[in-house]
Design a protein around this ligand. Structure first.
Ligand code: SAM
Length: 229
């Protein structure tokens, strides 16, 4: 078992790949340092898609600073157009992978709210490792979320919902809030396609959060060297 674990963790990333990742992460750090020149508590939407929800949310709550991320350029461009049509200054969209975004954030940035709406469910068991909402996500998010911060999750995938419910139920850093209201109903593209869905709200407790690293499958660790030399 130990030998197998060692083989899995010792992924030998190619130098060209490591260099590309390092450059992308450095660019993201620069982008985020510009976006957040001073410490700030933000509303973070992971996988914002076409931006329907976040633009509306930023309109409804002008005092909140909203940042949506997604990996698909076209969706972010549409999101940006919606934001611009509404002349919002408290809503930003950044092209980034969630775990890379997390590690590129300036140290003073915290999460007041985290929204994950209809994340990719990766239904096959062998693909569950690709899900964004796993134990490591909540451990990492807790390090940047002060007591009272909220986590909002909605999905039409029953098994994914149950898995997140079970994970959060066991945590000391986050607590489920079964009766908490959903602050704003506004249909997303994937919600419009869903025959039914379930929602979950959790709150960050006062429990201290140990430092945590968030690394997706196939990703080099955040401190990876730029070459394997
Ligand atoms: C099923 S779509 C849902 C989009 C939107 N939330 C909605 O409800 O219409 C999932 C979105 O998450 C994005 N996504 C998936 N994994 C991601 C990750 N690791 N980091 C950032 N975005 C991700 C995808 O590109 C896609 O746009």
């Amino acid at each position: 078992m130990v030998g197998r674990a060692r083989r899995i963790s010792a992924v030998n990333f190619q130098p060209v790949f490591l260099a590309e990742v390092a450059e992308r992460r450095a660019t993201l750090r620069t982008t985020l340092a510009t976006l957040f020149p001073t410490p700030q508590a933000i509303v973070w939407e992971v996988g914002c898609g076409h931006g329907h929800f976040l633009v509306r949310y930023a309109l409804e709550f002008p005092q909140k600073f909203c940042v949506g991320i997604d990996m698909i350029l076209d969706r972010l461009q549409r999101s940006g157009k919606k934001r611009d049509r509404s002349r919002l200054t408290n809503c930003h969209f950044v092209r980034a992978e969630a775990r890379e975004f997390f590690h590129a954030l300036p140290s003073g940035v915290t999460f007041a709210e985290i929204w994950v709406l209809f994340p990719d469910p990766w239904p096959k068991a062998r693909h569950h490792k690709n899900r964004i909402l796993k134990e490591d996500f909540f451990a990492a998010a807790a390090t940047r979320a002060g007591e009272g911060a909220r986590f909002y999750f909605r999905t039409d995938h029953e098994q994914y919902f149950q898995s997140v419910f079970a994970i959060v139920s066991k945590l000391t850093t986050w607590q489920l809030l079964p009766d908490a209201p959903w602050p704003l109903e506004h249909e997303t593209v994937f919600q419009a396609r869903a025959p039914r869905f379930q929602s979950l709200v959790a709150v960050r407790t006062a429990s201290p959060a140990p430092a945590a690293i968030l690394v997706g499958p196939g990703q080099p660790p955040p401190t990876a060297p730029t070459s394997s030399a």
